[in-house]
Design a protein around this ligand. Structure first.
Ligand SMILES: Cc1ncc(COP(=O)(O)O)c(C=O)c1O
Length: 389
């Protein structure tokens, strides 16, 4: 008899990314599903990683992260947001934002604690909460502008609420939460003494001058916010899995308690290279956003031309495109058809909703535009076939 998975993971299945990537490979489809660039980040950062390996930085790093990288993360927070986290007690280097989320949730959520999650959500949030024994409470973001209903959010808070997960800029919708929206969230966190877990991995990818507001900088939030970001997203090295958590000392202690037994430490030579990334000048960040804005406009045009309904996102490198004008009502069926018959892979967003609200995602497909222009052009040729189908 085969062994079965433990109860805590038995409901998880395989991620939608694995299914769509397999389908893309099987049908030789252009992969606009998973959010990884098909190009590398800056050459000097790659050279720094190679130099670190050659100079012998190949053994375990400090568990909390190498000192120079923690200092570089603190300097970045000061440079862009006017924060002044203590690198020794308030910054922890983790193995990608994924591990940061897990270590934070496992380190802070007790069995039975409630965790508020906006839908659609990044697909790791719910499993993390379940593995911690927490109870997800869902608040849907509503199309077309992906706003939340303030009454619905207020009703989700209560004496059992321990944590709220906020992701801005938001995957998969591309929404960038306004200061007013974040202030409404902050007021509820203060009222109910709730911790905010702010996933800001797309902090440097916003368009048309829309500002990214750091939740931790709002009044009364520094002492109750864990900010998580990812070297992979800002510097286009998603395979290196370097991320960081910035949080006050009490929350950092909880994160580190878990982190030391989840990953112990993160990859040593990549930490050395990440120090170089974080020292890049303002032009790098401006060029990153400008390049993605151009790609957003290109993909939005391609999708509109192919018959989708598109409102351009204010941030991230994703577009949620409406499939109704193409005559489809089921996102999973549509994405399978798209990969198999048209040769382009996308993600069905209903995977990012609880059972209760799945229907809200069924009318869309999520496309990633963190790709070379030639990849987008190839996708355009194939997507044009949708009109003939
Ligand atoms: C919202 C969000 N959070 C976290 C992550 C994970 O980041 P990392 O690759 O650093 O683990 C992703 C990656 O797609 C994401 O979109």
């Amino acid at each position: 008899m085969p062994f079965t998975p433990a109860r805590r993971v038995s409901t998880f299945g395989t991620t939608i990314f694995a299914e769509m990537t397999a389908l893309a490979m099987q049908h030789n489809a252009i992969n606009l599903s998973q959010g990884f660039p098909d190009f590398d980040g800056p050459a000097e950062v790659k050279r720094a990683a190679i130099a670190a390996i050659e100079s012998g930085k190949n053994q375990y790093a400090l568990s909390n992260g190498e000192s120079d990288l923690r200092r570089a993360v603190a300097a970045h927070a000061a440079r862009f947001y006017g924060q002044s986290p203590d690198p020794d007690t308030e910054v922890t280097i983790v193995s990608g934002a994924t591990e940061g989320l897990f270590s934070t949730i496992v380190g802070l959520v007790n069995p039975g604690d409630e965790v508020i999650i906006f839908e659609p959500f990044f697909d790791g949030y719910v499993p993390d909460v379940i593995m911690a024994g927490g109870v997800p409470r869902y608040v849907p973001l509503r199309a077309p502008d992906w706003h939340f209903d303030p009454g619905e959010l207020a009703a989700a808070f209560g004496p059992r609420t321990r944590l709220i997960l906020v992701n801005s800029p938001h995957n998969p919708t591309g929404k960038v939460y306004s200061r007013a929206e974040l202030e409404a969230i902050a007021a509820l966190c203060r009222k109910w003494n709730v911790i905010a877990l702010s996933d800001e991995v797309y902090e440097h990818i916003t368009f048309d001058g829309v500002p990214h507001v750091r939740l931790a900088t709002l009044p009364g939030m520094a002492e109750r916010t864990v900010t998580i970001s990812s070297h992979g997203k800002t510097f286009s090295f998603t395979g290196w899995k370097i991320g960081w958590c910035i949080a006050p000392p009490d929350l950092t202690t909880a994160i580190r308690r878990a982190h030391q037994f989840v990953a112990f430490a993160s990859v040593t030579p990549m930490q050395a290279a990440a120090v170089v990334s974080l020292s890049l000048d303002d032009e790098y960040y401006a060029a990153l956003a400008a390049d993605y804005q151009h790609k957003r406009d290109t993909l939005a045009g391609i999708l509109r031309e192919a018959g989708f309904e598109v409102s351009p996102p204010a941030g991230t490198y994703f577009i949620m495109a409406g499939i109704a004008p193409l005559g489809f009502t089921d996102d999973v069926e549509f994405c399978r058809y798209l990969a198999r018959d048209i040769g382009v892979a996308a993600i069905p967003p209903s995977a990012f909703y609880s059972e209760e609200h799945k229907a809200l995602g069924k009318g869309y497909a999520r496309f990633a535009f963190c790709k070379k222009m030639e990849t987008l052009e190839q996708a355009a040729e194939r997507l044009a076939r949708l009109k003939l189908a």
